[in-house]
Design a protein around this ligand. Structure first.
Ligand SMILES: C[S@@+](CC[C@H](N)C(=O)[O-])C[C@H]1O[C@@H](n2cnc3c(N)ncnc32)[C@H](O)[C@@H]1O
Length: 278
């Protein structure tokens, strides 16, 4: 059987991939991705030591191993991100959210932040730079900043904290690059101080939530857009369970809890939008 039409997958084959992605990562694969999926699965064929796309699809049909599923999910996630992405959430974080949380937690002196679906780490490192530069008093606090993603290769990248020149140029002011990054052969690496603030772990938003602590602040940006409404609701209910009653949730610019039947209210702080337990 030939599964390729030109270099795209056939409808029946894309359906197999769609089922795997939805079941194991909650991701609803959009229509019209036949060429992209075929191109992205080719390295998986090689990494899994299979004979070709036919063999990979046969494995996916028959019930793939966890390792093969991880490779497929890793290959098909969209990891687009940048430092200070969309700017306003980080201005709101600095001017409103962190001052409020610091005031509320001034007796316990602990702060727990979870950056879910953190991709290669630009988002949690952006938060870490704000913590270090704008709130020096937190040096005497117990601050936990957890960054997670379903993609093992993104978690690995985040841990190393190495970014290419192009990635650094997307949103990282040169003054912060000089302060918090050191040049490496192939780009810039987050300083050991910055890296020590962020703990990277693999976590699947549609799997077990054991690694997720009770949080004061959750960043869950630009991932709900890939989920169906029922999965979006499940994930938001999970976030609500982990978020303290006076905590804050940040979503991506095109995402909202409105209409998801989840217990959050929308608040605007300056030019930034946040969701708080209702
Ligand atoms: C577009 S990136 C967003 C990165 C960052 N939050 C931002 O806004 O710049 C989406 C990320 O969600 C991750 N992702 C997709 N499905 C996931 C799931 N089920 N659990 C955890 N992360 C997931 C992808 O691996 C990808 O890195």
């Amino acid at each position: 059987m030939t599964v390729l039409v030109g270099s795209a997958l056939r409808a029946a084959d894309i359906e197999v991939v769609r089922r795997v992605l939805r079941k194991h990562a909650g991701i609803a694969l959009a229509d019209g991705k036949e060429f992209l999926v075929a191109a992205r699965l080719r390295p998986v064929v090689e990494a899994a030591g299979l004979d070709g796309l036919d063999a990979l699809l046969a494995r996916l049909r028959a019930g793939p191993s966890a390792a093969l599923v991880a490779l497929v999910v890793d290959a098909l996630t969209i990891n687009e991100t940048s430092f200070f992405r969309d700017v306003h959430p980080f201005v709101g974080l600095k001017d409103h959210v962190l001052p409020d949380l610091i005031e509320r937690r001034r007796h316990e002196r602990t702060l727990t932040i979870w950056c879910a679906a953190a991709s290669s780490g630009q988002e949690p490192y952006t938060i870490a730079m704000i913590l270090l530069d704008q709130f020096p008093e937190l040096a005497r606090w117990d601050v936990h900043l957890l960054a997670t993603d379903v993609s093992p290769s993104m978690v690995e990248r985040g841990r190393h904290g190495i970014f290419s020149e192009v990635e650094v140029e997307r949103g990282l002011p040169s003054v912060l690059r000089e302060r918090h990054f050191v040049p490496t052969g192939d780009g810039w690496q987050a300083s050991s101080r910055l890296r020590s603030l962020v703990r990277f772990e693999r976590h699947n938003l549609v799997g077990s939530w054991d690694v997720v602590p009770r949080c004061d602040l959750v960043f869950l940006r630009n991932v709900l857009i890939y989920f169906d409404p029922d999965i979006t609701r499940r994930v938001l209910l999970g976030v609500r369970e982990r978020l303290s009653d006076d905590g804050y949730l940040a979503l991506g610019g095109s995402e909202t809890t409105v209409g998801t039947d989840s217990p959050f209210r929308r608040v605007t702080l300056g030019r930034s939008v946040w969701y708080r337990p209702s």
